[in-house]
Design a protein around this ligand. Structure first.
Ligand code: ATP
Ligand code: MG
Length: 311
């Protein structure tokens, strides 16, 4: 397991002084470990996560919202696959947000994600999120025009206003029992290029390659500026960002798993406590089940008896 003080290095709780340039996408904290060891370490994190998730589900008080943001090919999908691999699917759901539909565009920009928030006791993973509204929409300003906002509301302050809306929204969620973790999988432009080339070459990966992604690379600097400004304006104590070095997938998975475990441990979910009445009822039910054992006939036989007495 990765210790909590290591996680701290990647956590941004106060965006004021945040500079993306201070974070190296290739960082592995000097670790250069074998694939097997990385898998073992991740396995320990995943096991711990599985246990904590069961308690979270049983307690059904807290919700956990995990937001994943990244450039293409940074590893969002495979992070979810590996980190959440052991978690009971009943207690966890992943939702990918693509370009908004016409119905979604008829609502405010937080509407569609609000409808998808996790219930108490559940973990909800947003693969992209309302942050796209200050990222892709900012980089491609023409998208804003499609949002049918009243014209006089689209001013120079629109991004500042969106940041304020997001901060207020996340504060509201936190006040109502949603623990929020936001991950920016920070991949370098070079590594993205390598991964795109891999996708083109490997028969099983070709389908993942989208021609449009190459065009999007041209806007790399604009995206990095937009990410930096978004993190600066929305990193808070109750909804921190984790800027995760993502050039090495084994490392980014370890950090994401450890950050989620760290947060869940702090929530400290507990299996519900049974009071004396509940324990007595349980004891009566146990005796009843035990007394059935050894009585004439199986469950099926008893059912047949009941049926024939009814006839
Ligand atoms: P992958 O490429 O691994 O399948 P992805 O998340 O990139 O995952 P795509 O279908 O390739 O999925 O892309 C989804 C696109 O939808 C992204 O380009 C993203 O910027 C865009 N998108 C998401 N939310 C919004 C939004 N609110 N407004 C406009 N575009 C959005
Ligand atoms: Mg894509």
């Amino acid at each position: 397991m990765v210790p909590g003080d290591v996680i701290k290095r990647f956590r941004v709780k106060d965006g004021d002084k945040f500079r993306l340039a201070d974070y190296d996408p290739g960082d592995t904290l000097g670790l250069d470990i074998e694939k097997d060891l990385a898998q073992q370490l991740l396995g320990a994190g995943v096991d711990r996560l599985r246990g904590l998730q069961e308690q979270l589900y049983a307690e059904a008080r807290w919700s956990v919202l995990i937001i994943l943001q990244a450039m293409d090919a940074a590893g969002k999908d495979s992070t979810v696959e590996h980190v959440m691999s052991g978690v009971n699917p009943q207690g966890c759901h992943v939702i990918a947000f693509k370009a908004p539909s016409s119905t979604e565009l008829r609502h405010d920009f937080l509407w569609r994600t609000t409808c998808a928030l996790p219930e108490r006791g559940r973990i909800g993973i947003f693969n992209r999120s309302y942050y796209e509204e200050v990222l892709v929409v900012r980089v491609h300003r023409e998208l804003l025009a499609k949002q049918k906002l009243p014209k006089k509301l689209i001013g120079d302050n629109i991004w500042k206003e969106r940041f304020a809306s997001i901060r207020d929204f996340e504060r509201h969620l936190a006040r109502n029992g949603t623990a929020i973790l936001k991950f920016f999988l920070h991949v370098s432009r070079d590594e993205q290029r390598r991964r795109f080339l891999d996708r083109m070459e490997e028969p099983d990966k070709k389908w993942k390659f989208a021609v449009g992604d190459v065009a999007e690379r041209r806007c790399w600097t604009d995206y990095m500026d937009a990410y930096e400004d978004a993190i600066r304006n929305t990193a808070t104590k109750h909804a921190p960002w984790y800027v995760v070095p993502a050039d090495n997938k084994w490392f980014s998975r370890l950090i994401v798993a450890a950050a989620i475990v760290d947060r869940l441990e702090k929530l400290d979910p507990k299996f519900p406590h049974l009071d004396q009445d509940a324990l007595s009822a349980l004891e009566r039910a146990r005796k009843q089940l035990e007394s059935e054992n050894g009585k004439a006939g199986s469950g099926r036989g008893n059912k047949e008896k009941e049926d024939s007495s009814r006839a």
